[in-house]
Ligand binder design. Structure first.
Ligand SMILES: Cc1cc2nc3c(=O)[nH]c(=O)nc-3n(C[C@H](O)[C@H](O)[C@H](O)COP(=O)(O)OP(=O)(O)OC[C@H]3O[C@@H](n4cnc5c(N)ncnc54)[C@H](O)[C@@H]3O)c2cc1C
Length: 478
C-alpha cells in the first residue's frame, strides 16, 4: 500500500455525502424558474465521466450520466495501457518533439505517425497551432508540474477509493507495484532524470536501480540478456480501466446516480438558467449543470456552444498477450523509453503492450504491420516469455489536448469541461473528477483550477457568436 501525504479532505466519505445533502436542501429552498429533473448531467460514461459522477454523488448531488454507448467505458477507456503512473508525467510537447514529428513522415517504424488524410482538415491546423505554441522552450517545466500535481492528487483519490473498496484491487486486476523504466545508455537515463525534476518535486519518487540493489524485475531482465540502466518509481501501479469504470458505475448507482445509455447528445439550450440537453430520437433532459466528459467527442459537442477545444484524437495500439506457461508474472510496469514501449502485468497471466501515437482522425483500424512492430519490441525485451500466437490486437483514440494537460473547468454559465486527458486519462481520472465536482458544487478545490482551465490557451478558442440551440451537423454522431 502506498502512503500518500496531504490532500486530507477527500477522505470524508459518507459524512461528506450527508453534508452535501443538507447543503442541497438549503439550495432547494431558493426560488427557481423551473425544476430540473436532476442537478447535474455528466456527458460521457468513460473513466473520466464516471469518476466525475462518483465525486458529485459523494457530495450528495442528483446526477444523471448520458452516453451514446450501450454501457460504461466503451470509448478510449475500454482497452488502454493500464498504467497509473505519476512517474510518467512528461508531456507529449516540447521543442525536442518537433524534429521527431518531422522524422516520423519518413520512417514507417517510427512510434509517431501523421496520416496524410488529417492534413485536409482545418481542425488539424487549429490543434497544430496550439500544439506548437505549447512546444515553445520554457513551457515544459510548467506543463510537467501541472501533470504531476494532478497525477499525485489522483493517485491519492484512487487510494482513498481503494481503502473503502479493497475488493476493487482484485476486481480491476491490479498487479503492478511501481514502474521500471529501461534505458539503453547513461545519457538517455540522465536526460529522463533531468526532465523529470518537476515530477520528483511533486513528490513522486524516482530511484536509480543499480546492479547491487536491483529490483526483482530488473534482475530478471538482466538474466534474459538485457543489459540496461533502470529507473524505478514505487508510487505507480496499474489496473484494468474498463473493469474499474464498471465497478464505479455500480457504486454510483448505489449513490443514486442514473445512467442512460444509447443516448446521443446532439444539442444544448439554455432555458431560464437551466440546460436542456437534446438527445437524438429521445426527449430532452433538463439539468442545472452540464459536465462534458465526452473524450474525443468533446470538441464537436463544445463547438455547439461556440467553444473551440484545441484537441485531437490520437490513435494508440493496445495488445493483450498471455504469458507462456510457467513464466512468472511481471511485478511492475516496464517502460522502454527509446521505443516508447509500455508493458504492464494484467491479472495473473496477461501482459498489456501499448505504444504508438498516430494522428489519423477518427480512424481506429488496426494496421497489423504497425502492431507487429510493438510485439517484436516487447518480445525482444522479454524473450521467450510472451505467447504472441494468442495476442489480441486493439486500438483506441486518446483525447489529446494541445498541451497534453486535461481541460477542466467552467466555460459558460453552469457548463463545465472535464476532457482532453490524452495518454494519461486513467492516471488522472479520479483527481480530475474530484476537481471538477468541487468546481460544480462550489467547494474549495485541492488543486489550483486555473492550471487546467481552457483559458490557459490563447484566446482563439472563443468564438463571439451568440449561443443558439443547434442540432446535428457534427461528425461525432457516426
Ligand atoms: C492505446 C491507449 C493506451 C492508453 N494507456 C493509458 C495508460 O496506460 N494510462 C493512462 O493513464 N491512460 C492511458 N490512456 C488514456 C486513457 O485511456 C484515456 O485518456 C481515457 O480513457 C479517457 O477517458 P474519457 O472518459 O475522457 O474518454 P472515453 O473513455 O472515450 O469516454 C468518453 C465517452 O463519451 C461518450 N460520448 C462521446 N460523444 C458523445 C455524445 N455525443 N453523446 C453521448 N455520449 C458521447 C463516448 O461514448 C464515451 O463513452 C491510453 C489510451 C489509449 C488509446
Amino acid at each position: 500500500m502506498v502512503a500518500i501525504r496531504r490532500f486530507p479532505r477527500v477522505l470524508q466519505g459518507r459524512e461528506q455525502a450527508s453534508r452535501g445533502i443538507r447543503h442541497i436542501r438549503r439550495l432547494s429552498t431558493l426560488p427557481t424558474l423551473s425544476t430540473p429533473e436532476v442537478e447535474d448531467v455528466v456527458i460521457g460514461a468513460g473513466v473520466v465521466g464516471t469518476c466525475t459522477a462518483y465525486s458529485l454523488a459523494r457530495q450528495g448531488r442528483r446526477v444523471k450520466v448520458l452516453d451514446r454507448g450501450s454501457g460504461p467505458a466503451q470509448g478510449s477507456s475500454w482497452i488502454n495501457g493500464t498504467l497509473i503512473c505519476p512517474s510518467l508525467m512528461l508531456p507529449w510537447t516540447g521543442p525536442q518533439l518537433i524534429p521527431k514529428l518531422l522524422k516520423s513522415f519518413f520512417h514507417p517504424r517510427h512510434p509517431l505517425k501523421v496520416h496524410p488524410s488529417v492534413l485536409c482538415s482545418l481542425d488539424t491546423y487549429y490543434f497544430a497551432l496550439h500544439y506548437l505554441a505549447s512546444c515553445r522552450p520554457g513551457h515544459g517545466a510548467r506543463t510537467t508540474r501541472r501533470l504531476a500535481n494532478l497525477a499525485r492528487y489522483s493517485r491519492h483519490c484512487l487510494e482513498t477509493l481503494l481503502l473503502s473498496h479493497p475488493e476493487l484491487n482484485g476486481f480491476m486486476d491490479r498487479k503492478a507495484a511501481g514502474t521500471l523504466q529501461v534505458f539503453d545508455d547513461q545519457t538517455a537515463m540522465q536526460a529522463c532524470l533531468d526532465a523529470s525534476e518537476e515530477i520528483q518535486r511533486a513528490g513522486v519518487p524516482l530511484r536509480i536501480v543499480r546492479e547491487e540493489s536491483g529490483s526483482d524485475l530488473a534482475d530478471r531482465l538482466r538474466q534474459t540478456g538485457h543489459e540496461a540502466l533502470y529507473l524505478y518509481s514505487p508510487l505507480d501501479t496499474n489496473g484494468d480501466c474498463a473493469k474499474f469504470t464498471h465497478f464505479l458505475e455500480r457504486q454510483c448507482q448505489e449513490l443514486g446516480v442514473r445512467f442512460r445509455y444509447d443516448s446521443v447528445v446532439q444539442g444544448f439550450q439554455d432555458k431560464n438558467g437551466l440546460w436542456e440537453i437534446a438527445l437524438r430520437g429521445q426527449p430532452p433532459v433538463r439539468a442545472r449543470n452540464v459536465i462534458l466528459c465526452a473524450g474525443t467527442g468533446s470538441p464537436s459537442l463544445a463547438s455547439l456552444l461556440g467553444v473551440r477545444l484545441p484537441m485531437a484524437p490520437v490513435k494508440g495500439y493496445a495488445i493483450t498477450v498471455p504469458l507462456k506457461s510457467g513464466i512468472q508474472q511481471l511485478s511492475s510496469n516496464v517502460v522502454q523509453d527509446s521505443s516508447k514501449l509500455y508493458l504492464a502485468p494484467l491479472g495473473p497471466d496477461l501482459v498489456r503492450i501499448t505504444g504508438f501515437a498516430e494522428f489519423a482522425g477518427f480512424d481506429a483500424s488496426v494496421d497489423m504491420d504497425r502492431a507487429m512492430i510493438l510485439t517484436e519490441q516487447a518480445d525482444k525485451l522479454l524473450p521467450n516469455c510472451l505467447d504472441l500466437s494468442r495476442a489480441e490486437y486493439h486500438t483506441g483514440l486518446r483525447p489529446l489536448s494541445a498541451d497534453d494537460v486535461p481541460i477542466i473547468g467552467k466555460v459558460q454559465s453552469n457548463f463545465f469541461l472535464n476532457t482532453g486527458h490524452g495518454s494519461k486519462g486513467w492516471t488522472h481520472a479520479a483527481g480530475s473528477g474530484q476537481l471538477v465536482a468541487d468546481l460544480v458544487t462550489g467547494r474549495q478545490p485541492d488543486l489550483d483550477p486555473e492550471s487546467y482551465s481552457l483559458s490557459r490557451f490563447f484566446t482563439l478558442h472563443q468564438k463571439d457568436t451568440p449561443f443558439d440551440f443547434q442540432f446535428g451537423g457534427a461528425d461525432f454522431m457516426a
